[in-house]
Structures are given as structure tokens and as C-alpha cells.
Design a protein around this ligand. Structure first.
Ligand code: BES
Ligand code: MN
Ligand code: MN
Length: 457
């Protein structure tokens, strides 16, 4: 069997050049101006899969944000591993806070800095290189069947992939879905995620006037849209962290005592987490619940941005007629996007004063997931990490969301959420990075996982 460690050592510098090339494509899916770059990233992957010797490589579902589909089914009696990931990235702004430009991948102290480095291009790259490696680097006979589904809209709701999987459910037939889009629990501590939160992201717009007015002539009588909006938002959460949306907590299924006990066994220093990772003077949230419960097993509500009025340099005395807030809720097992959207609509309509008109528009959503980690693929990913990292996986949850995860298991495959990021990778933020050592270990871990899956019955 191929020595993965030796392969990685021999091919490292070429692989690093390839990764830099992939990361330099600004494939931001949330802005229409970057559609062409998303297409370029998809084409980059397609070329790569063709060179790897995948028999079937296609761009599916969209011109600009296609799902890159690549399959190798030349091991007829062997299992099939489906690999899910995404080549799209979040916007890079604020640009001035980056130490090196986000789309000019730069190495510093063993890390590679770029937007998408850890979320998710760097991790997708590690799995692609793992498949290259287990075929001996020359398209030799693969140890297992694979089907790559790498989408270009994860950061904007996964519309294209949802439709594709709806039309072609057979694409999900397989034995395991490997998803490398998340971090280790801590350096040296690989994890398998047993739960992800869901998301209900909405835009709330308030109108109080037919048009903007002079604040000298009308201040004191005319209703201000920004003021109305912030008062409304302030009603949606109490100071103790409880979200004041009627019915929101009804469906919430608390974690079992066993799971909570296991979380309490994890090495965790709340002060260090607060200072180093969060960078805050105090943590907020529901009192009486641990940090893990608050980020993994309870819903949260955040205001992401408020647009309205005058924000340019200098002063302009205006009463704004319209104001908009982008907000989201994270959802936990048993909640559903649809129901939460209705609860939010209702809460907003009840809270808005009669002088204002309000609209709530859902921008994207994801249902939460809990996965059963008792099947064979989980013991194999555990073994692969154990061999390469010297430690097996610890089961944890994550507070983040991946919209398609709930459907990826519909073909009967076990959904394995296990990535190679580190907690300080700063995904979605300035100076996102991936640790290069993690990438090289990742190639070996995922390669080993593919080999082990191939031998499994
Ligand atoms: N990879 C992340 C989600 C994630 C991060 C899962 C860390 C587990 C650990 C993913 O790319 C992401 O950012 N998802 C979005 C959802 C989307 C609908 C905008 C999120 O969680 O905000
Ligand atoms: Mn991701
Ligand atoms: Mn992301």
C-alpha cells in the first residue's frame, strides 16, 4: 500500500503552489460581481479532477455557480465515499484589516493566509490531494469509489445543490459522506462533529415616512425609521440573553445528560477562551448554561448590520424614512427554519408600532442536524486520525451551519463531519489562515480514510 507520508513529503512544494493558485481566485458567492470568479474556481477544480483521472467530471446546475461533480467508480466491489465541500468563500472585507491581500495567499509562520484558506478551499484541497495520493499520484487504481460534490453556493444558501440533489437523489447513494469543513477541537485534538446548528437569516425593513425629512423642521414630530428599528430590535432579546420570540424555545431539544457530562470533561478554560478566542471583557448569553450549551445546543440571535440614514463623513441632519437590519437566528435540534421564520415574522409584527410599516424577508436558511456516529465510517475516520495524529477523534458539536447536511445522508450514507482547521483560523474574518502542517496531515488522514473505507465491508 502506498506510503502517504512519503508521498506528501515528496510532493509538498508542488501541492503548495497548486493550493495558492486555487486560493487566489476570489470565488465570493454572495456578491453577483464575483460570479465569474466562482465559475473560474469551478473550472480550476474540474481541470484538477480530470488530471486526477476521474472518469466523469461535470459542472452541474448553473453556469456561474455550478456544483463540481467528479466520480471514480472503477472499484466495482468496493464501497463509495461521497466527498462534500465548497469552493465559494465569504466576502473579504474589511480589506484594510488584512496583513496581506486576501486573494494573494501568503505564508507566515507555517500558516497560509487567504480568504477561503480554511473555509473551505484549503480543506477541499486536502481531500482532493488525498485521492490523488492514494492513486499513487499517477491516476493508478483507486482503493475505493468516490463521488465529489463540491458546490459554489454554501455561503449563500446552497440553492443550486439543493435542486440538483432533489432531481438526482442517486448522487447520494454511497457508504459515507466525508465533510471536511470544520476545525479540530484544539491543536492536536481532532474532532468529529455530531451536531451543527441551523440558521434563519433575515432582513427586517422599517418604513416610517414617505421620504427623508430635515431634522430641524420636523424633528420632534416625524417618526424616525432608524429609531423605530433599533427599538424593535431591542425588544427581541432580554439583557439576560433570552430571545424574546414567542414559541422559539418550544421545540428545542436539550442535549442528554450523558452528552453534557462529556462536554464537561473536555479541557476548557473559560477565561482563556474569552480573552484569546473571543477577545471580550465578558461573555454574554443565557445565564445558567455553560459556554458549550450556549454555542452548541441553544438558539442564538444576532444583529449583523444596520443600514439607513446618513453614515458618510461629516454631518447631515436628516430623519431617515427607511432602515434595514440584517439579523439571524441559529437553530438547534428540533427547530425548523420554516417554523422559526414564522415565529420571527410574528414577533416583529407584534413589536412594531402603528406608525411604521415592516417587512421581514428570509435571505437564507439551514435546518440543524444531529448525526448518529455509531457506524463503521466513524471508527475508520477515528483510526485514520489515530494513525496520523496520534489521537483519535473527540465527539463535539459546532455552532456553525452547513445548509445541505440534512439532505446529504438521504441516500443512506453516514455523514462524517471531520475537518482539519484549527480554532484560531478566523474563518469569515480578516487574516483567515490554514496551518500548512494541518493540510499535510489532512492529506494523509483523508488518504488513509479512503484506503480504510475501500477495505471495509
Ligand atoms: N464551514 C462553515 C460552517 C462551520 C464552521 C461548521 C465551523 C462547523 C464549524 C460554513 O462555511 C459556514 O460558514 N456556513 C454558514 C451558513 C451559510 C448559510 C451562510 C454559517 O454557519 O454562517
Ligand atoms: Mn464552510
Ligand atoms: Mn463559511
Amino acid at each position: 500500500m502506498l506510503d502517504l507520508k512519503a508521498y506528501v513529503v515528496a510532493e509538498q512544494s508542488r501541492m503548495l503552489d497548486e493550493l495558492k493558485e486555487f486560493l487566489s481566485i476570489p470565488s465570493v458567492s454572495t456578491t453577483p460581481e464575483r460570479a465569474h470568479d466562482c465559475q473560474r474556481a469551478a473550472q480550476w477544480l474540474r481541470n484538477h479532477f480530470q488530471h486526477l483521472g476521474c472518469e466523469q467530471v461535470e459542472l452541474l446546475g448553473s453556469e456561474t455557480h455550478p456544483v463540481v461533480y467528479a466520480e471514480s467508480q472503477s472499484a466495482p466491489d468496493r464501497p463509495t465515499v461521497i466527498v462534500y465541500g465548497h469552493y465559494d468563500v465569504q466576502p473579504a472585507d474589511p480589506l484594510d484589516l488584512w496583513e496581506s491581500p486576501p486573494f494573494e495567499p501568503t505564508e507566515r509562520n507555517g500558516n497560509l493566509y487567504a480568504r477561503g484558506a480554511t473555509d473551505d478551499k484549503g480543506q477541499v484541497f486536502a481531500v482532493v490531494k488525498a485521492f490523488e495520493a492514494v492513486r499513487g499520484g499517477n491516476g493508478g487504481p483507486p482503493p475505493v469509489n468516490v463521488r465529489f460534490l463540491i458546490e459554489g453556493q454554501e455561503e449563500s444558501g446552497s440553492g443550486v445543490l439543493f435542486q440538483l440533489l432533489d432531481e438526482r437523489p442517486e448522487l447520494l447513494r454511497g457508504d459515507a459522506v466525508l465533510i471536511a469543513d470544520m476545525p479540530y477541537y484544539a491543536p492536536g485534538w481532532p474532532a468529529v462533529e455530531v451536531g451543527l446548528r441551523g440558521l434563519c437569516y433575515a432582513e427586517i425593513t422599517v418604513r416610517t415616512l414617505e421620504g427623508d425629512l430635515h431634522s430641524g423642521l420636523y424633528g420632534g414630530v416625524a417618526p424616525n425609521a432608524l429609531e423605530t428599528l433599533v427599538q424593535l430590535l431591542a425588544k427581541l432579546k432580554s439583557p439576560d440573553g433570552r430571545i424574546r420570540i414567542p414559541g422559539l424555545y418550544d421545540a428545542v431539544e436539550p442535549p442528554s445528560q450523558e452528552e453534557v457530562d462529556a462536554w464537561n470533561e473536555l479541557p476548557f478554560d473559560e477565561d482563556e477562551f474569552r480573552e484569546r478566542e473571543v477577545g471580550a471583557k465578558a461573555l454574554t448569553g443565557l445565564t445558567g448554561h455553560s459556554v458549550f450549551e450556549r454555542v452548541w445546543a441553544l438558539p442564538s440571535f444576532e444583529i449583523h448590520g444596520i443600514v439607513g440614514g446618513f453614515t458618510d463623513t461629516g454631518a447631515k441632519t436628516v430623519i431617515p424614512a427607511v432602515a434595514t437590519a440584517k439579523v439571524s437566528l441559529r437553530l438547534v435540534p428540533n427547530q425548523r427554519v420554516k417554523a422559526v421564520e414564522e415565529q420571527l415574522q410574528h414577533a416583529v409584527r407584534t413589536a412594531v408600532p402603528p406608525h411604521a410599516e415592516v417587512t421581514v424577508r428570509l435571505l437564507n436558511g439551514a435546518d440543524p442536524v444531529l448525526v448518529d456516529v455509531s457506524s463503521k465510517p466513524f471508527s475508520l475516520i477515528d483510526q485514520a486520525f489515530r494513525e496520523v495524529e496520534g489521537r483519535g477523534v473527540v465527539p463535539i458539536r459546532s455552532g456553525g451551519s452547513i445548509p445541505v447536511v440534512p439532505v446529504l445522508g438521504k441516500g443512506g450514507a453516514a455523514v462524517v463531519l471531520a475537518g482539519i482547521g484549527l480554532p484560531d483560523d478566523r474563518l469569515h474574518a480578516p487574516n483567515e489562515k490554514i496551518n500548512l502542517n494541518q493540510v499535510w496531515k489532512g492529506v494523509r488522514v483523508f488518504g488513509r480514510f479512503l484506503q480504510l473505507m475501500g477495505e471495509a465491508q
